[in-house]
Structure formats: structure tokens, C-alpha cells
Design a protein around this ligand. Structure first.
Ligand SMILES: Cc1cc2nc3c(=O)[nH]c(=O)nc-3n(C[C@H](O)[C@H](O)[C@H](O)COP(=O)(O)OP(=O)(O)OC[C@H]3O[C@@H](n4cnc5c(N)ncnc54)[C@H](O)[C@@H]3O)c2cc1C
Length: 645
């Protein structure tokens, strides 16, 4: 049986159950450190875990600020973002210049030649560089957050670290190769194989959408090792030299946004990789990828928060100057509402980002839920913020910066930021997958006590045993959800006028846990099929986390920069008001919604029942199969791989 067969089954099809099993095996199941997010979903608002807001130490701050200043100067003097957009290419001298100041080694420890920045400063650097052009943010974060440095930092041997990390820090670009034509959100379908041969593995397969793949010197490749005598096999991670014989970059892909990224289709044919380049054990690949993303996921919220901040500036400058119907457009209420949303959201996204990053740096918290919530929340909200900027700028919002500049106006790239942001809702875990992943953690407490009751396949005896165990758990847990500090009129009074928002979080966390329990009780084993219900629970959790972060950050700013106390109070309050309304609307829609009707409609559409609706239009798509085959064997195409060094 080949590794692929093992995953795909003899028909080559992966069942829903098998896909879930593979995801479940990759999940980190232990909780060795406290988690604010986990507690929140259990109905316990553990403010003590996030307040006082952790702060970077002096040494980390000094090093971080020094690098940010250098990076800012480089960006201002050496990068023309419009050239990247026009040529759909980051010039090689920009890549080399970034390498020269150490930007490819921001997250790499100093002992391996990196800058050893904290998560906080790494994220701030991504925010800065991503605001110049989002493709730069993607280049650096694909290299460091999912490329070679992070998995090696967490799972590499000392020899691997010594060999590869200094190269990465010097600017040898790395890429992460998991996706294939038939593998997106479902890694159980992975076809790329790694067959042991003596002291090597031989890799075979095609990888799709490899960010940095075209210029990468080092790759992390996920491939399935076939099971054999004495080996379990399974999806495994390898560090592979980008110029290894048998690797062909067959295509440079182009997208709606991120025009500058070097994203490729990478074909691997009989690529020999020494066993010494395997990261972790055979079969650990997905676990490594997921653990890497525990903090790696914070890159995208950084880029999103940076984009939201820039949107506020662009909206402010425009809406104060543009006069229509006798006053600046920003003073018309329809527009001012959008500006308030943009400003409050920029504040909220930065609050979520900084809190999550500082918790990661403190090292004493498990932040996997917080980072996942940050990715989900920031990618969704930043997109809306950019959309509002386009709207506020009217026709100029839809016009390209180059066109605006060509006719003598300021080249504000509003439409570009919208295009660039869109992908954040899809990659590094799509919104739908993030909902499922976080929901899985949110209901984990229930699954671990009620496992067999809700497992449709469990036998009656096992169900009875689980029933007794669950009864004991719920008898203790449910009463804790009835009352709490959020009901006391003076609860959290040290937060001044923001205290009422924290009381809301405390009450809502208990309500959220109760609703999760009701969902479990109603659907039991079928709950996972109610994805929209689960998504709402998760989105409520995200709003509650964001409100908490906004208040805790406000308190920190009030203490550290008293001159900003009023300003921060205004923004934090507005953010909390808006977030509360979103949370309330989500609560309302938990049980009053059109989910059942919609499910029927979707099935009818998929079955072709409503094709009459599509009459009267033509399909402009180019011909070709919906999903290309992932060919194996030697490539017949020109190798587009190049190096920027
Ligand atoms: C610009 C760009 C850069 C990328 N960079 C990289 C990279 O560097 N390395 C890499 O390995 N990959 C990369 N990717 C791939 C990216 O991670 C995938 O696009 C992403 O994982 C989604 O997979 P997919 O596109 O195949 O969508 P699919 O998995 O086909 O999903 C289609 C839709 O169905 C939803 N969906 C899928 N499964 C479920 C489910 N179980 N329940 C509910 N909804 C579901 C998805 O959310 C999505 O809306 C990149 C993609 C792009 C476009």
C-alpha cells in the first residue's frame, strides 16, 4: 500500500471521516499552559490571564525599536511600492537590501545569525513593511512564519539549526509546500510521496501555490512516507534545497492581489533528500505544520492591522478635504459612521495583535486559540475596513493609484489594498476552516467528557459509562455559568468607563458556554455538521476576546502614556460598543436563522435544480478541467526557478 493509498483508501477517495481523523491526529491535544481563549469558551472570563497587559522587556524593546527604525528608513529610501505593483515583481535589489538589514532573520535566534526579535517586534516589522506593499509582508512572513525557520526552531535538531538557520538569516529565501492541485483544506488527500531509499528519501509530486517558490533557496516540503516494515509512515516534513535535481518551477502564478509575490507550481521528480533533512519524525508533518502556525498565524493579523491603520489615514485625509453638498464628506453621517468603524477597528485589531504577541513572548501562556481568533477576526474585519475606504473615496476608491497619478492626483492605492487583503480570508486556514478548528477547541471540554455519548458509533455500554461521567461534570459545571462578576454593578471598576464592557464579556462568556452546551445537547454527534452554528459561537468568542484586548490595552496606555488617556478611552469605547452589537446579533442568530432553508436551497442548486436561474448570461471562463491533475514524472516545462542573491 502506498502512502497515498493509506490516506486516500483504495478508491483514491478520502471520506469525510478519514479527513477528520487526519486533522484530529495533527491536533495538539495537551494544554500545558493556561489559555485565556480556552477558559473563555468554557464560560470563565479569566481577566487575570491577560491583565495587566504583558509588556516587552527593555532589552527586547531597544533591539526591536532599533530594527524598526532601520527598516523604516530602508522602506522609505529604497522601495518604490508602485514599481512592485506595476511590474508585478519585487526587485531583486529590494530582496537583497532587506536581507542586508537582517529582515530575513527577524525571528531567528541570534546564536544562528538572526536578529532574535520578539513576536511583538517581528509583527510590527511585518505591519510596517506590509503597509508599503503587501507582497513584501507575504515574502517575509512566508519565509519566516511557515518557511524553514519556524518549524526548525520548534522541531529541528541542533545540526539542522546550525546548517540552515544562518542561511535563512542571511537572506536565502524559504517557502512552505503543502498545497497540491487536489489538496487544499484537506491534507488527507496529499499525493506527494517521500519513498525511503537507503539514507535518503525520494520525493515525487506536484505542489501548488508555493509563495516564494519561484525564488526559494530552501523549501519545507510536506510529503507522505509509505508505511512499511517497522515504519508507520504518514505525512512528513522535509527541508529541501531549492535547486535540487528534479525540482522544476513550472509556472509563476498571478492573483487578484499580492501581485509582487513569487508564487509557483513546483514539480518534484525523483528528488533525493537526505534523511538528515527530515524535520521531526515520520508522520509528524501535519502536527509540525499546525504547531508552527500556533504563533505563525500572527503574521497575517499584523499585516491586516497595518492595512487597517493605513485605511484610517487615507480615509481621514480624503474625507476631511472632499466637499460635497456643502460640507466635507466625512461630516455626512453616512460617511462618518464608516470612519468611526474604521478607526475603532484599527484600534481593536492592533489591540488583539499586540496582546496575542505579548502573551506569546511572555512564554507562560498557550496562545493557540488567541492566535487563531486573531487571524480569523483580523482577516475578516480588515477586508471590511478596506471596502469602506473604497466606498468613502467614491470613484477614486475604484481607480488605480497609477491612473490617479497619471492624471495629476495623489496615487492612493485604495483598490489595491482591498485586492491585497482578500487572500487573508483564504490562506493559512480559510475562515471556514478556522471556524471549525476553533470550534473544535471550544467544544473540547464537552467532547472529552461526553465523547462516547455523542459518538454515533460507540456501543451502548460505552455510552452509558460516558453518560455517568458527563453527568458528574455537568452537575458541577453548569451551575458555574449562572452568576458572575459581570452582574455586579461595580465589577471591574478599576477600568473606569470601560468596566461595563468587561462586565459584558464576563456575562457573555457564560452565555456562550451555555449556548455551546445547548447545541451539544440538541445535536450531540451531529453538532459538527452545524457549521454555521459553530461559526457563530466562534465569532462571538472572537468579539469577546477583542473587547477584552481593547480594554486591557486602553488601561496599559492610560498608565504608560497618560497624555493619551482620553483618546484611547474614546477609541476603545467605540470599538467595544461596535463589537458588542456584533456579538449580540450573533447570539440572536444562533437560534433564529435561515440555516435549514438555506441547506435545502444549496442542495437543490448543487443538484442542478435551479439552472434556469443562470439563463441569459454567458460564461467567460477559459476552457480546461476544474482541477488539474497533479502529474508525476519528469517535467517537460522550462524551469522558472531563479535566485535573487
Ligand atoms: C496567493 C496564495 C498563496 C498561497 N501560499 C501557499 C503556500 O505558501 N504554501 C502552501 O502550501 N499553500 C499556499 N496557498 C494555498 C492556500 O493555503 C489554500 O488556498 C487554502 O488552504 C485553501 O485551500 P483551497 O484553495 O484548495 O480551497 P478548498 O480547500 O478547495 O476550499 C474551497 C472552499 O471550501 C471551504 N471548505 C473546505 N473544506 C471545508 C470544510 N471541511 N468545511 C467547511 N468549509 C470547507 C473553504 O473554506 C473554501 O471556502 C496559497 C494560496 C494562494 C491563493
Amino acid at each position: 500500500m502506498t502512502a497515498t493509498d493509506q490516506h486516500a483508501g483504495s478508491t483514491g477517495q478520502v471520506t469525510e471521516e478519514r479527513a477528520r481523523q487526519v486533522a484530529e491526529e495533527a491536533r495538539q491535544t495537551t494544554w500545558d499552559q493556561p489559555s485565556f481563549g480556552k477558559e473563555l469558551f468554557l464560560g470563565r472570563f479569566r481577566l487575570d490571564l491577560i491583565h495587566p497587559h504583558p509588556r516587552p522587556d527593555d532589552e527586547a524593546r531597544e533591539r526591536g525599536e532599533k530594527f524598526l527604525a532601520e527598516l523604516e528608513q530602508f522602506c522609505r529610501e529604497q522601495i518604490d511600492p508602485m514599481v512592485i505593483e506595476r511590474d508585478a515583481l519585487i526587485p531583486d535589489d529590494v530582496v537583497r537590501g532587506l536581507a542586508g538589514i537582517g529582515a530575513f532573520g527577524m525571528k531567528i535566534d541570534r546564536e544562528y545569525g538572526g536578529l532574535g526579535l520578539t513576536q511583538r517586534y517581528y509583527n510590527q516589522a511585518l505591519m510596517l513593511v506590509g503597509s508599503v506593499n503587501a507582497s513584501l509582508g507575504a515574502l517575509l512572513s512566508a519565509h519566516q512564519s511557515i518557511g524553514v525557520p519556524q518549524p526548525l526552531k520548534m522541531f529541528g535538531t541542533e545540526a539542522q539549526k546550525k546548517e540552515f538557520l544562518p542561511r535563512c538569516a542571511r537572506g536565502e529565501v524559504s517557502a512552505f509546500l503543502l498545497t497540491e492541485p487536489d489538496v487544499g483544506s484537506d491534507p488527507a488527500r496529499l499525493h506527494c510521496t517521500a519513498t525511503p531509499d537507503g539514507d535518503d528519501y525520494v520525493l515525487e509530486g506536484t505542489k501548488l501555490w508555493t509563495t516564494n517558490g519561484v525564488i526559494a533557496d530552501l523549501l519545507v516540503v510536506m510529503a507522505a512516507v509509505p508505511p512499511g516494515e517497522g515504519r508507520r509512515g504518514g505525512i512528513t516534513a522535509f527541508v529541501v534545497e531549492g535547486n535540487s535535481p528534479g525540482i522544476t518551477v513550472e509556472n509563476r502564478n498571478a492573483f487578484m492581489g499580492l501581485r509582487g509575490i513569487e508564487n509557483g507550481v513546483t514539480r518534484l521528480h525523483q528528488v533525493r533528500v537526505p534523511a538528515a533533512n527530515r524535520i521531526g519524525k515520520e508522520g509528524q508533518g501535519l502536527k509540525i505544520a499546525l504547531s508552527t502556525l500556533n504563533t505563525g498565524r500572527l503574521s497575517l493579523p499584523a499585516i491586516c492591522a497595518g492595512a487597517a491603520k493605513w485605511c484610517v489615514q487615507a480615509a481621514r485625509e480624503w474625507a476631511a478635504e472632499r466637499v460635497q453638498w456643502g460640507k466635507p464628506v466625512g461630516e455626512h453621517e453616512a460617511v462618518s459612521g464608516k470612519i468611526a468603524f474604521m478607526a475603532a477597528t484599527a484600534y481593536g485589531l492592533e489591540a488583539v495583535l499586540d496582546l496575542s504577541s505579548d502573551l506569546a513572548d511572555a512564554g507562560s501562556h498557550d496562545i493557540r486559540i488567541e492566535a487563531a481568533l486573531a487571524k480569523l477576526y483580523a482577516s475578516e474585519l480588515a477586508w471590511t475596513v478596506a471596502d469602506e475606504l473604497v466606498q468613502v473615496r467614491g470613484g477614486r476608491g475604484y481607480e488605480t493609484a497609477a491612473s490617479l497619478a497619471a492624471r495629476g492626483e495623489r496615487g492612493v492605492p485604495a483598490e489595491q489594498v482591498l485586492r491585497d487583503l482578500r487572500i487573508n480570508r483564504i490562506f493559512e486556514g480559510s475562515t471556514e476552516i478556522m471556524h471549525l478548528m476553533i470550534a473544535r477547541e471550544a467544544v473540547d471540554a464537552h467532547l472529552s467528557v461526553a465523547g462516547d455519548i455523542i459518538d454515533p458509533k460507540a456501543e451502548l455500554k460505552a455510552k452509558a459509562r460516558a453518560g455517568a461521567k458527563a453527568g458528574g461534570f455537568y452537575a458541577k459545571w453548569l451551575p458555574t455559568l449562572v452568576a458572575g462578576r459581570g452582574q455586579l454593578p461595580k465589577g471591574y471598576s478599576e477600568f473606569g468607563p470601560l468596566a461595563r464592557h468587561l462586565r459584558f464579556v464576563e456575562r457573555s462568556a457564560r452565555r456562550l458556554a451555555r449556548q455551546t452546551f445547548y447545541g451539544m445537547a440538541r445535536w450531540q454527534g451531529g453538532m459538527e455538521q452545524h457549521q454555521r452554528y459553530l461559526a457563530r459561537l466562534v465569532d462571538i468568542g472572537a468579539e469577546l476576546y477583542a473587547i477584552s484586548a481593547a480594554c486591557v490595552r486602553a488601561q496599559m496606555i492610560r498608565e504608560d502614556q497618560p497624555e493619551r488617556a482620553d483618546d484611547v478611552q474614546q477609541l476603545a469605547n467605540a470599538f467595544c460598543e461596535q463589537a458588542r452589537l456584533r456579538a449580540e446579533a450573533l447570539f440572536d442568530r444562533l437560534w433564529e436563522n435561515s440555516d435549514d432553508v438555506d441547506r435545502e436551497v444549496a442542495l437543490a442548486v448543487l443538484a442542478g435544480k435551479h439552472t434556469w436561474l443562470e439563463e441569459g448570461v454567458l460564461d467567460p471562463s477559459l476552457p480546461g478541467p476544474t482541477i488539474s491533475a497533479a502529474p508525476t514524472g519528469a517535467s517537460t516545462k522550462e524551469n522558472l526557478h531563479r535566485t535573487t542573491r
